[in-house]
Design a protein around this ligand. Sequence first.
Ligand code: SF4
Ligand code: SF4
Length: 371
Amino acid sequence: KPMEDRISDIGPRFYKEFLPPVLEKNYGKWVSHEILEPGLLVHEAESGDKVYTVRVGSARLISTELIREACAVAKQYCDGYLRWTTRNNIEFMTTSLESAKALKADLNSRKFDKGSYKFPVGGTGASVSNIVHTQGWIHCHTPATDASGTVKIIMDELFEEFTNMRMPAIVRVAVACCLNMCGACHCSDLAVVGFHRKPPIIDHEYLDNMCEIPLAIASCPTGALKPGKTELEGGKKVNTILVNNDRCMYCGNCYTMCPSLPLSDKEGDGVIIMVGGKVSNRISMPKFSKVAVAFIPNEPPRWPTLAKVCKKIIEVYAAEANKYERLGDWAERIGWESFFKKTELEFTHHLIDDFRDPAYFTWRQSTNFKF
Ligand code: SF4
Ligand code: SF4
């Protein structure tokens, strides 16, 4: 059955109902696109129709008031249409360049009481992208760090580069608040991952009453859990779960299944910084992000160490990379040894990659690696 004819009373409505008429008319027939200036793109269709898009950054959690204001802007300039991208950008589309320029100027003029932009225009081309990120302390149960808080401080440091296109190439930034990485950290130029450093604490008293023991055991990706019995104070014997600490990688999957296996820890939790990942195959093959900083403690509300390290990495990359080189391309060209020296990060043998499977041995295990 063609997608258009599908009948469904569950889930989201069919996306084509929400397309601006010009997009629906030219669906699948777009031939080219160009970035005219930071935050302003044009797409041209076979028919000659053009669509001008103004992209603005938004936080992932925004107020109803701000959403209403965005809708009012869309009503004024875009016949009521707007869309959110996976990176939490808002895109306003219009069919005339004149209207797009007026829209851009209007968006740039809208500010909060303290002077920060409500709708910062940017995030196109060789810029620092809006940060794709996860839930953090507000919404998820397994975070080792906050997502909104860390994103805010990193973006405060890099904001100018969001609104310009003066980086060597696009810098995709991501934050995930635990190893489950709901963000795109595994292939981002700069990624921050929340990391627990201790295995779950077992609440034997409640575990058997609160949890499906087989389900919790099956959720562990490393086979670190097994069923067991223990004796509570007072002599009562209960069914429980035993953790093989040496096998645990602190992912929190078991806590997702069983609230009696919490692993948040004020001192133990913090973040890792990963760099050099990408999905593009320009210049070199797509690559996974690599660990460049093994641990930074959580320092809310402003995470000063994290902010400083992220800024330093981006500054050195911006100053040293060739045009079109992504961060990973640059690091590989100059050598990871130079990357660590130039960014003033300490190198340990835990960093860059730690694949143990011979199928994944990389040049880091070769004699060419100087550290
Ligand atoms: Fe939750 Fe982890 Fe996803 Fe963050 S990355 S939202 S803690 S599962
Ligand atoms: Fe297994 Fe992850 Fe739980 Fe550790 S935290 S026991 S690796 S599921």
